[in-house]
Design a protein around this ligand. Structure first.
Ligand code: FAD
Length: 141
């Protein structure tokens, strides 16, 4: 199987607990079935998602995601072959930006604003690597 990682960012018009819950329920059940792992970062305006798995499954999943009207204006940040997964244990790891240590977030904000659609590929990949580790959670979270 050829392992692939795809990272994209998108805009949403506000999320409720129900929206997130419904996205995560579908994601986690489909992703376990399709052996997709990854993370979904959410803030007040954006989604940033990393998907990793077989080329075929990641492509099929992303095509469903592109048709989902709970977000729009999708920008692919990176896509390509990988040797190993970053998120080994997570069918979809949901991370709110408020959970992330300020010192880490400040490296990725411009004038206090986090906008993954404008970040460089290198910066997004560095953030994703950090989030796949253990040392990003703010103490209060
Ligand atoms: P269904 O069984 O048809 O739907 C699954 C659930 O989602 C149902 O409860 C349904 O009511 C609800 N739902 C579906 N579309 C909408 C909608 N437009 N508005 C409101 N509720 C809706 N899917 C994955 O499989 N893996 C992922 O990693 C993944 N990540 C996502 C990330 C984001 C930011 C978003 C917005 C969606 C994501 N999805 C993901 C969901 C994806 O877009 C599809 O809705 C889902 O894959 C459809 O699954 P299904 O065919 O099993 O659908």
């Amino acid at each position: 199987m050829q392992l692939t990682r795809l990272i994209y960012a998108s805009f949403h018009k506000g999320t409720t607990a129900n929206t997130i819950d419904s996205i995560l329920r579908a994601s986690r059940s489909n992703n376990v079935r399709d052996r997709i792992t990854g993370a979904l970062v959410v803030d007040e305006q954006h989604f940033l998602q990393l998907l990793e798995g077989s080329r075929t499954c990641v492509a099929q999943c992303f095509m469903r995601i592109m048709q989902d009207d709970r977000h729009g204006d999708i920008r692919i940040i990176s896509a390509g072959d990988i040797v190993q997964r970053q998120f080994l244990e997570w069918s979809m790891h949901m991370i709110e930006t408020t959970q992330i240590k300020r010192a880490i977030m400040s490296q990725y904000t411009v004038d206090g604003v986090f906008d993954p659609t404008k970040m460089s590929q290198t910066a997004v990949e560095r953030l994703c690597r950090t989030l796949s580790g253990d040392d990003w959670k703010a103490e209060a979270a």
